[in-house]
Design a protein around this ligand. Structure first.
Ligand SMILES: Nc1ncnc2c1ncn2[C@@H]1O[C@H](COP(=O)(O)OP(=O)(O)OP(=O)(O)O)[C@@H](O)[C@H]1O
Ligand SMILES: [Mg+2]
Length: 301
């Protein structure tokens, strides 16, 4: 009996949050580092199915850095990173396409469908959803920077009730080009801005952004990020992630969060509880931030 009461209480507590996000689009970057165990992947799929069932519209953009590096290692192809961005040779691009558009994209899509969600797996090449050009004049090989997002196509899929699962591979303007490898954090942020998402969540393998002492930084804006990057606190794969969070909130997305994808149901914890988890990014000059949930509940009920 007590257990049933707790379940009811938990459901009631989630009501204001469900109301707040009902009908809204939330982009979720599912980091390769958070796709570690089959059990965690199941929990992720359950969370996404639940969001969809309560009227929230998730869009998934996935990474796969660890899996790409693993396969490159087996093929004896070198992995090279500069400032957290992969340098993509022609051979590396073939592996990136196989792992991201092939293996990981289909794996996530099928898992979501098994959990009752209506997911459709695509890459940025499909219907030219992501167009790109070489990053830093080709210094990074086939690593690209996004030039255009076909938001109409993504919105059409959402309108039809699909959950788009997007591999961060972009089309090139040149025919017969192998395409571009886009850092998945960057792709998620650009997609979130283009489709006017309410939020973008980045699931990764740390509790959030940590300071030099390893303590979680709860809330960051542009200036904080610049400082932590300059003094080396933020390094490697965290660089494109924080840059993408800042890019999103300065281009129309209300909030961005970096959360721990190793924690079961981290998406639900972030969205449906008052505490939230991880590091949030919000514009301190935005008057819409810091909404009082109790007030919202009383005003609207
Ligand atoms: N200040 C910091 N706080 C937390 N993590 C940091 C920090 N600086 C660097 N990192 C590194 O950033 C990593 C997360 O980025 P990474 O690119 O490895 O994962 P991901 O983006 O989730 O996965 P993928 O690139 O496959 O999508 C952490 O595992 C950590 O090693
Ligand atoms: Mg990364």
């Amino acid at each position: 009996m007590q257990k049933k009461h707790t379940t009811v209480e938990t459901l009631l507590e989630a009501i204001p949050y469900i109301k707040k996000f009902y009908g809204k689009t939330i982009v979720i970057k599912y980091g390769g580092s958070a796709q570690t165990s089959p059990d965690l992947k199941e929990k992720f799929a359950q969370d996404i199915a639940l969001l969809s069932l309560v009227g929230i519209k998730p869009v998934i953009v996935h990474g796969g850095g660890a899996r790409i590096s693993e396969l490159l290692g087996k093929l004896e192809i070198n992995s090279e990173f500069v400032d957290g961005h992969r340098v993509t040779s022609e051979d590396t691009m073939r592996v990136v396409e196989m792992v991201l558009s092939g293996e990981i994209n289909k794996n996530i899509t099928s898992l979501l469908n098994h959990h009752g969600a209506k997911a459709i797996g695509i890459s940025g090449k499909d219907s030219s959803i992501i167009k790109a050009k070489p990053k830093d004049n080709g210094k990074f090989g086939y690593t690209g920077v996004v030039t255009e997002i076909n938001e109409k196509m993504i919105n059409n899929l959402i309108k039809e009730g699909f959950i788009p699962v997007i591999a961060p591979i972009a089309d090139s303007a040149t025919p017969n080009h192998p395409g571009f490898n886009i850092n998945a954090d960057v792709a998620a942020s650009k997609i979130a801005s283009a489709i006017g998402a309410q939020k973008v969540l980045f699931l990764t393998d740390t509790v959030g952004v940590l300071d030099k002492e390893g303590k979680l930084l709860n809330s960051l804006d542009k200036k904080d990020v610049a400082k932590y990057k300059a003094d080396g606190t933020i390094a490697g794969g965290m660089i494109p992630k924080v840059d993408s969070c800042i890019d999103a909130i300065y281009n129309g997305v209300n909030k961005a969060h970096i959360i721990d994808g190793r924690v079961e149901h981290s998406i639900l914890l972030e969205l449906f509880t008052s505490d939230g988890i991880g590091t949030q990014f919000l514009r301190k000059d935005n008057p819409n931030n810091g909404i009082d949930m109790d007030k919202l509940l009383n005003d609207e009920m």
